[in-house]
Design a protein around this ligand. Structure first.
Ligand code: DGY
Length: 318
């Protein structure tokens, strides 16, 4: 029977679906597996459901001699050596679409939280410091009518931009090529990165991590941003030079940042935790019941596609 290993427990809907077609083994612990445990577990498996923080490389493929598919439980797949998988004719799949809105919504949550200083104000209130309305208490930045800069207008970037509809914003975006439909629908303007950084009040990152996007935002780019601007990152940590960002936040080169991802995840630059003008979340972009359920079903469907001799529906190494 086709054997599947699931490296972390995922919603039951995906597991139940898989169990109808194959033998399923799941990491029983609520923690990431140590590398040796992972390699031991995948040895005899035909499919592995992997997480974005697991390195799927030549050693992984060499160990899993029967492997036919790696179904990554994420839309990003920078944890996987695609070239190596393709060379070995192993399918790699991801979970696009089903987490688009969840991730775009979290980018908005970060944007508003940073703009209106929600975390600082909450802490202040809990600490019993609220003694009455005051004219200068926690002034933040307005959102309505401002300019929104979207770096990377793929699925999530476009969804994020479309969600600005009620806020009457001007939208600037970067992408590999202009997106005609998106422009028609939103009035967004295709610009280069420099223009976007200089003119936007809010800059939100939605590019995948590739050698080309690593440190796309560094000291030079942060200096181009307005002093009143806010940077949001729900994509991948290494797209931003975290050291440069800490300096920019400390020096008030930008107003604030909202982060869901970090350069050396799960490590976070200690100084970030001491700054008031940054909101830091533990990589929860797709963490809604709905998105995670649909992601679980999609990884199962991809594996079942392989069992039944079809090309998996969300293949990334075509
Ligand atoms: C993904 O799926 O790549 C996201 O980072 C998960 O939150």
């Amino acid at each position: 029977m086709f054997k599947v290993y699931v490296t972390r427990m995922i919603p039951e809907e995906g597991i139940e679906l898989l169990k109808k077609y194959c033998e399923v083994e799941i990491n029983p612990e609520d923690r990431p597996l140590k590398r040796e445990e992972l390699l031991e577990a995948i040895k005899d498996k035909d499919a592995v459901v992997t997480q974005l923080n697991e390195k799927v490389d030549a050693e992984f493929f060499h160990t899993a001699k029967n492997l036919k598919i790696v179904a990554n439980y994420a839309v990003g797949f920078d944890n996987i050596d695609l070239k190596e998988a393709t060379k070995r004719r192993i399918y790699v799949t991801n979970t696009p679409d089903v987490l688009t809105n969840a991730t775009a919504e979290l980018a908005w949550a970060l944007l508003f939280t940073a703009a209106r200083r929600v975390v600082e104000a909450d802490k202040f209130t809990r600490e019993g410091k609220f003694t009455g309305w005051a004219p200068n208490l926690f002034l933040g930045k307005a959102v309505t009518g401002k300019t929104l800069g979207v770096i990377g207008a793929g699925r999530i970037g476009q969804a994020f931009a479309k969600m600005s509809k009620g806020f009457e914003m001007k939208i600037l975006y970067t992408a590999n090529t202009p997106k005609e439909e998106f422009e028609k629908e939103t009035g967004a303007k295709y610009v280069d990165l420099e223009t976007l950084l200089k003119e936007s009040d809010f800059v939100s990152i939605h590019v995948p991590l590739t050698p080309h996007t690593r440190h796309l935002i560094g000291e030079k780019e942060l200096k181009l941003m307005k002093k009143t601007a806010i940077l949001i990152n729900t994509a991948r940590g290494p797209v931003v030079d975290e050291k440069a960002l800490v300096n920019a936040l400390k020096n008030k080169d930008i107003y604030a940042a909202g982060l869901d991802v970090y350069e050396k995840e799960p490590e976070i630059t200690e100084e970030l935790k001491t700054l008031d003008n940054v909101v830091i979340l533990p990589h929860i972009g797709s963490a809604t019941d709905e998105a995670r359920r649909d992601m679980a079903v999609l990884v199962a469907q991809n594996i079942i596609d392989v069992i039944e001799g079809r090309t998996p529906r969300t293949l990334v190494n075509k």
